[in-house]
Ligand binder design. Structure first.
Ligand code: MG
Length: 346
C-alpha cells in the first residue's frame, strides 16, 4: 500500500472554548492509502495537545509507518494495527488515521459498508448531542438559539459561574442537557453544582475531575444522582477496569484509542464491566466522524458533531438532520469529497 497525506485545517464556526483551552482552528491530517491502484482508503487524524499529539508528531508517525504499510495486505488489519501500537504507543490519533483508512479500503474492495464489515446492521438514525462551548452568557444563549433543531445539547461547564449560565440556558430551551466539565471541578464544587443541576434536567456529566481522581469519583457518587461518564480518564480498553463500579459510563473516541479495532475492544470491555457507552469525537471532518458513526449501533449515547462545528469540511459522510445522525450506505466509510458529489447543497 502507498501512503500519502496532507494537512486539513478546519475552521471553527465559533471560537471553541472548554475548561482548559480555546481554539479557532483545528489542524488535522487527511490520509490516503492506495492498494495497487485497486482502491483508495481515506483516513483522518485529529490530534490534540492534551494527549501529546499535533500535526508534526502525526506526520512523523505516518512517515515512519510507510515502511510497515508498503508491503502489507490491508486485510491483515489486526497485525498492522498491533504492530503500529507497539511502535507508536502514544500516537493514537496518527494510528487512528491508518486504522480508519484500512477499514475504508477493505470495505471498498469487498463492496460493503464498514458496519457490515464489522458484522453490524446499518445503524438506525439516532440522536447525537450538539456541543455548546464555553462563552459569555450572551454568546452561549445565541449558540443555543442557533442549535434549536438539536434535541440534545452537550454544554461545556467547569468554570466559575457555569451553574448560573446553565440556569439561564434552561429558560430558553427544553433540550436535554448533558454537561462536560473537562476536568474543571473540585469534589466540593461537583457535589454542589450537580445537586443544583438535578433541577435543570441534566442527563449526565462528563469528566468532572482531573485524570486519576478515583477517590473523588467514589465520593461524589454517594451524593450525586446524575450519571457520571469519563472521557479524559479513559484512553483505551486497558483504562476501563479500574473504574468498574466507580462511574456509570465512558466516552470512546477513535482519536484517543487508536481507531475502530480498539474501539470495539473498549466496547466489549465496558460492557463486561456493566458500563454505559458514549461514542464521541474531536473537531473532525466527515471522514473520521463517519468512521465512528459506523459503530453507533453498539453504543448508548452519541456525541458525533465535530464536523458540524466547522465551516470548511471538504467531505460528506454521516449526515445530521434535526439532531438525528444517519450513516451513509456506500462502500467502506461511505465518505465522498464534496466536489465529487452532484446535487448536494453545501
Ligand atoms: Mg469530553
Amino acid at each position: 500500500m502507498k501512503l500519502t497525506f496532507r494537512p486539513l485545517d478546519l475552521k471553527l464556526k465559533h471560537t471553541f472554548r472548554i475548561a482548559r483551552e480555546t481554539r479557532t482552528i483545528q489542524n488535522n491530517i487527511i490520509l490516503l492509502l492506495q492498494d495497487n491502484d485497486e482502491g483508495v482508503g481515506l483516513g483522518e487524524a485529529a490530534p490534540t495537545s492534551y494527549f501529546g499529539e499535533d500535526v508534526s508528531s502525526v506526520t512523523k508517525v505516518l512517515v515512519q509507518s510507510d515502511s510497515i504499510l508498503r508491503h502489507s495486505d490491508p486485510f491483515q488489519i489486526e497485525d498492522i494495527t498491533n504492530h503500529l501500537k507497539n511502535e507508536f504507543p502514544k500516537s493514537a490519533a496518527a494510528r487512528a488515521s491508518i486504522d480508519i483508512a484500512l477499514h475504508d479500503i477493505i470495505g471498498k474492495k469487498l463492496q460493503i459498508p464498514v458496519y457490515r464489515l464489522l458484522g453490524l446492521n446499518r445503524p438506525e438514525s439516532k440522536l447525537t448531542s450538539f456541543t455548546i462551548g464555553i462563552d459569555t452568557l450572551e454568546k452561549m444563549i445565541k449558540k443555543v438559539e442557533e442549535a434549536k433543531d438539536f434535541p440534545i445539547l452537550k454544554i461545556k461547564v467547569g468554570f466559575k459561574g457555569d451553574i448560573e449560565i446553565l440556569r439561564e440556558l434552561r429558560k430558553i430551551t427544553r433540550a436535554v442537557f448533558r454537561v462536560d466539565a473537562n476536568t474543571g471541578w473540585t469534589p466540593e464544587e461537583a457535589i454542589k453544582k450537580l445537586n443544583l443541576m438535578e433541577d435543570l434536567d441534566v442527563e449526565l456529566v462528563e469528566q468532572p475531575f482531573p485524570v486519576g481522581s478515583i477517590e473523588s469519583l467514589r465520593q461524589i457518587r454517594r451524593y450525586v444522582k446524575i450519571p457520571v461518564f469519563l472521557d479524559e480518564d479513559i484512553k483505551d480498553s486497558k483504562d476501563i477496569p479500574a473504574f468498574s463500579g466507580v462511574v456509570d459510563g465512558i466516552n470512546i473516541k477513535l482519536m484517543k484509542c487508536g481507531g475502530i479495532r480498539e474501539a470495539l475492544r473498549m466496547i466489549s470491555t465496558a460492557r463486561a464491566h456493566g458500563l454505559k457507552i458514549m461514542v464521541g469525537c474531536n473537531i473532525e471532518s466527515s471522514v473520521s466522524v463517519t468512521a465512528a458513526a459506523h459503530l453507533t449501533s453498539l453504543v448508548d449515547y452519541i456525541d458525533l458533531d465535530g464536523h458540524l462545528l466547522v465551516t470548511n469540511d471538504p467531505y460528506l459522510g454521516a449526515t445530521v438532520d434535526k439532531g438525528r445522525l444517519t450513516v451513509p450506505s456506500g462502500n467502506g466509510l461511505g465518505v465522498e469529497a464534496r466536489g465529487s458529489v452532484s446535487q448536494q447543497t453545501m
